[in-house]
Design a protein around this ligand. Structure first.
Ligand code: ATP
Ligand code: MG
Length: 592
């Protein structure tokens, strides 16, 4: 089906007046100082992420308003109001004080999406303690490596996870002074050398004065997804809360009456920045589903929980598309008004699926663990060009740069002024949520900057209307017969084929042209992986891309290797194809 290249905003999309509509005007009027003034700040002039997210509202008319709503398959829903969240986070901060864990100390949290995790993260932030949430599906080794790398003093986890994953490796982490356990079903635990969180919380006061942190004080340590190599620890400061607040407005269009669902786990930066902090900053009710992905369940939740703003990821959208329209049509979504996605490029097919199946286009946005918040986005303020990641948000200046020499150190780059030229995506350094270091790797951090620009490691281009188009990660780009081929373009074309559910594309060394394009494809339910289908997909790709760019080979896989945060790991497809070592696979999804 031929579809237009632009999705114009319609009355349906803008059912509620958006929080902004004049892109150029808002960018001109914007300053980070002004954005900072939308927050309260601490009485002594400091800034604290936990205070802004929780206490600011707990002392307002939002006190009794539901902040977090936890749902699970076999448990009753649990709700925490802003007032209750303030009391519980105060208790937790007091527990840390009692244990002598203070400002600048490091705490890791390893748990499923349970209320205690959210209370611990926010309470620690109020205490000035630097927090790292870890994904609970990690095995013992990735856990030990990260906790060790982070020199954590304290770990909060559940009794079951402790027994299965931490106990055996605890001896490897000498800095770890305390382990706080959440007992099963809230019961007390009796593991030796651990403390019972429940009991400590009960004994603590629910009054606490937020520790006086400054905007430049460290707040969060997040590990990257490990898509391109060993995960890096990126350090973020309390001032990042200014970005979270501004982007919650510009990129997610949060209104206080919204019921919002971010499907990311807090073990990844999205699940913290936009699964915990940003929604609370805007006083919304946030849904937290404790279960794993399930198409039928997700549609039911969207309907029953009356979700109005939904922030999810391409991998989830592709899985929903794969499941077909039948489960979607079993429900209706009158409350839903804004859908956004992050994590990987969002194929035009997926944007259109939103428009055609849900009645709402999906707003792709781009950012990284390092940027701490959304930088480039499709927003309510302008039309969508499916396949484009949108335009830089107010306060963000983004460019395409080219390197002046291949391996310079520090790198030397020049900004490309003409449109439609591919190059590395770079951001003017200095936005509030910019990372302030890679853990134990200052040299690598320095290599990310040149002439006041942060170099993202992603390739993109800007069209004549100022829309940004993702080309691929610098590491994934394919060089074939003098062309640079971005995997995203090839994958998006493969996904147009009715049988294709997912595609990952790599460059395979070739004596004549340098590299040839090889595609790995998984199929939608109901299609058989046979020679006729392979030829049909190849023919489709050749027709759309031309022989120079289309894949020369297509292999069928039941699933593509993905990180646990859902990103296709092209480096693994390549290593397996070439029989090379697989490298760090600590974030690889099980069974892939
Ligand atoms: P690592 O740095 O360890 O290899 P990672 O880069 O996948 O892992 P994250 O910080 O979680 O870790 O992901 C950021 C990256 O994800 C971006 O640099 C980009 O390559 C990709 N990405 C995120 N959102 C988008 C998007 N909307 N379009 C295209 N790519 C995106
Ligand atoms: Mg990265």
């Amino acid at each position: 089906m031929e579809r237009p290249s632009v999705i114009r905003k319609t009355a349906v999309d803008l059912r509620v007046p958006p929080r902004w509509s004049d892109y150029e005007g808002e960018r001109r009027a914007f300053s980070w100082d002004l954005a900072r003034r939308a927050l309260q700040g601490l009485p002594q002039g400091g800034l604290n992420m936990g205070f802004e997210a929780v206490d600011r509202h707990a002392n307002s008319e939002l006190r009794a308003h539901c902040a977090l709503r936890f749902v699970a398959r076999n448990l009753p829903a649990v709700e925490l109001s802003y007032g209750e969240l303030a009391r519980q986070t105060n208790r937790f901060a007091n527990v840390l004080q009692t244990l002598g864990v203070g400002k600048g100390d490091r705490m890791f949290v390893l748990a499923g999406r349970i209320p205690e995790l959210y209370v611990a993260v926010l309470g620690a932030l109020k205490n000035g303690t630097v927090v790292t949430p870890l994904f609970s599906a990690f095995g013992p080794e990735p856990i030990a490596t990260r906790v060790k790398l982070g020199s954590a003093q304290l770990l909060v986890t559940t009794e079951a996870l402790y027994q299965r994953k931490v106990k055996a490796v605890r001896g490897q982490i000498p800095t770890l002074r305390h382990v706080l356990l959440v007992g099963e079903g809230g019961a007390s635990t009796h593991e030796p050398d651990t403390l019972d969180l429940q009991r400590l919380m009960a004994a603590a006061s629910d009054e606490f004065t937020t520790v006086d942190t400054l905007a430049d004080d460290p707040a969060l340590l997040h590990f990257t997804s490990g898509t391109t190599g060993t995960p890096k620890g990126a350090l973020h400061v309390h001032g990042a809360v200014v970005t979270h607040s501004a982007t919650g407005r510009y990129a997610l269009d949060l209104h206080p009456e919204d019921r919002y669902w971010c499907t990311a786990d807090p073990g990844w930066v999205t699940g913290t920045s936009y699964g915990i902090i940003a929604p609370l900053l805007h006083g919304v009710t946030s849904l937290i589903d404790r279960e794993e992905f399930d198409a039928e369940r997700w549609y039911a939740l969207l309907e029953q929980e009356r979700i109005s703003v939904w922030y999810t990821a391409p991998t989830a959208i592709r899985m929903l598309m794969k499941a077909g329209l039948e489960p979607l049509q079993r429900h209706s979504y009158p409350a839903l008004r804004f859908v956004a996605s992050v994590g990987e490029p969002l194929n035009p097919q997926a944007v259109w699926w939103g428009k055609e199946a849900l009645g709402l286009p999906i707003h792709d946005n781009w950012w990284q663990t390092e940027t701490g918040g959304i930088m480039i986005a499709n927003t309510p303020a302008f039309d969508i060009k499916p396949g484009s990641m949108g335009r830089p948000l107010p306060g963000i200046d983004a460019y395409i740069v080219q390197h002046l020499e291949a391996e310079g150190e520090p790198p030397r780059v020049r900004i490309v002024e003409q449109p439609d030229v591919e190059g590395e995506l770079a951001l003017r350094a200095g936005w509030p949520s910019m990372f302030r270091g890679y853990l134990n790797n200052e040299a690598r951090y320095q290599r990310c900057f040149s002439s006041g620009l942060y170099l993202t490691g992603d390739l993109a281009r800007i069209d004549t209307d100022g829309y940004f188009w993702f080309v691929g990660r610098a590491d994934d780009v394919i060089k074939s017969a003098g062309h640079l081929i971005g995997p995203f373009e090839v994958e998006s074309v493969l996904m147009e084929h009715p049988a294709v559910a997912e595609a990952g594309v790599i460059g395979k060394p070739d004596a004549i042209v340098g590299e040839v394009v090889k595609a790995f494809v998984s199929l939608k339910d109901g299609f058989a992986a046979d020679e006729a289908l392979r030829m049909d997909i190849l023919a489709h790709a050749r027709k759309r891309l031309g022989a120079a760019v289309a894949p020369k080979e297509i292999a069928f896989l039941p699933v593509l290797p993905r990180t646990r945060s859902g990103k296709i790991m092209r480096r693994l497809l390549k290593a397996r194809e070439l029989g090379l070592p697989e490298g760090d696979t600590s974030t690889l999804e099980a069974g892939a």
